[in-house]
Write a new protein. Structure first.
Ligand code: ZN
Length: 326
């Protein structure tokens, strides 16, 4: 999916984002994202078991690589799940040409609850899988598609469980769910080759004039013993949203998972939203010293390396955050 930028790229990227976002986006992520005084509502519950089953179901389809049957079936299933959780679903289908010339028949899946609410909170994750395990220590496996249990399915699973909880609690929050496609067909050294689905969404919103108040991206949120420092672009461009999320995580009892340290810069779907002026943060397991989860882009990104505890910690933090929103 993503990769760490060189220092040179970080500087260029940061300058570009700050310029393109201007003062507008940072102003959008101010007081309304801060936790309320008595924030803990009944909605702040989350089932890690349920999230795990949503994750396992995606893996069961097989690697959700664009242009495969597994990808299509997973997409259909996601649409059905969002419908089941009471969301109004819009599918955005588009052919996108990857860096290697492959035409990807992509589909972004977008669902809204309480669409009449004017304030919109966007939760997103990518659901496609990387076609090649090009980080696998065994060179003979580097052309094998990844299961994407963590890289893809975990973020989707936490969002689906969040959608289920919001429906169960009759929440009146205006929450949007976005499962983006074609994130992970990228190549090293070419920023534009990643996050193609998110870029298309940001440049062509499926609803005219759609501008969420802010967005939270979940990516690789199911690894064993995962720790989530703050991601660089998120902090630079939506620092107050990061503050609010980390405060909620601490309030939910997960300070050990969400240290107030910087993890590094990651090219991911949130960057496309930031470019469009939408305050967006990336919750991702990326540490400055150790990098991504060791199973990243390998054939061992599978169910054996998923932790229900991690899914629960992220999900409870997210529900805590949402319970403080109005
Ligand atoms: Zn990836």
């Amino acid at each position: 999916m993503i990769f760490k930028m060189s220092i040179q790229h970080i500087m260029l990227g940061a300058t570009l984002l700050l310029m393109s976002c201007g003062g507008k986006s940072s102003a959008g992520a101010t007081s309304d994202t801060l936790p309320a005084e008595n924030g803990a509502l009944a909605t702040a519950t989350f089932s890690a078991d349920s999230a795990y089953s949503y994750l396992a179901k995606q893996v069961e389809f097989g690697p959700r690589v664009p242009n495969t049957e597994a990808h299509k079936m997973a997409g259909d299933w996601l649409v059905a799940q969002l419908n089941r959780h009471g969301a109004k679903v819009t599918e955005q289908k588009v052919d996108l040409t990857a860096f290697d010339g492959t035409v990807l028949h992509a589909r972004n899946i977008f669902g809204q609850i309480n669409p009449e609410a004017s304030k919109r909170i966007l939760l997103l994750a990518h659901y496609d899988c990387r076609p090649w395990a090009d980080q696998d220590p065994d060179h003979s496996k580097r052309k094998t598609p990844v299961d994407g249990a963590n890289d893809g399915a975990s973020g989707v699973a936490v969002i689906l469980e969040t959608a289920r909880q919001l429906k169960a609690s009759n929440s009146n929050l205006g929450v949007d769910f976005l499962f983006v496609d074609a994130e992970d067909w990228g190549t090293d050294g070419d920023d534009e080759s990643w996050a193609m689905g998110a870029r298309y969404f940001a440049e062509n919103p499926p609803i005219s004039g759609y501008t969420p108040s802010y967005a939270i991206l979940l990516d690789m949120v199911g690894g064993k013993d995962a720790v989530f420092p703050r991601e660089y672009f998120s902090q630079q461009n939506a620092g107050q949203l990061n503050d609010a999320f980390w405060a909620a995580a601490h309030k939910a009892g997960h300070a050990n998972r969400f240290p107030n340290t910087m993890g590094g810069a990651v090219t991911d779907d949130h960057v496309e939203l930031l470019k469009a002026g939408i305050p967006a943060i990336d919750i991702i397991e990326y540490n400055s010293g150790s990098g991504f989860n060791p199973n990243w882009h390998t054939t061992t990104d599978n169910l054996d390396n998923i932790s229900k505890e991690t899914l629960g910690a992220v999900g409870e933090s997210l529900m805590q955050f949402l319970s403080a929103q109005k």
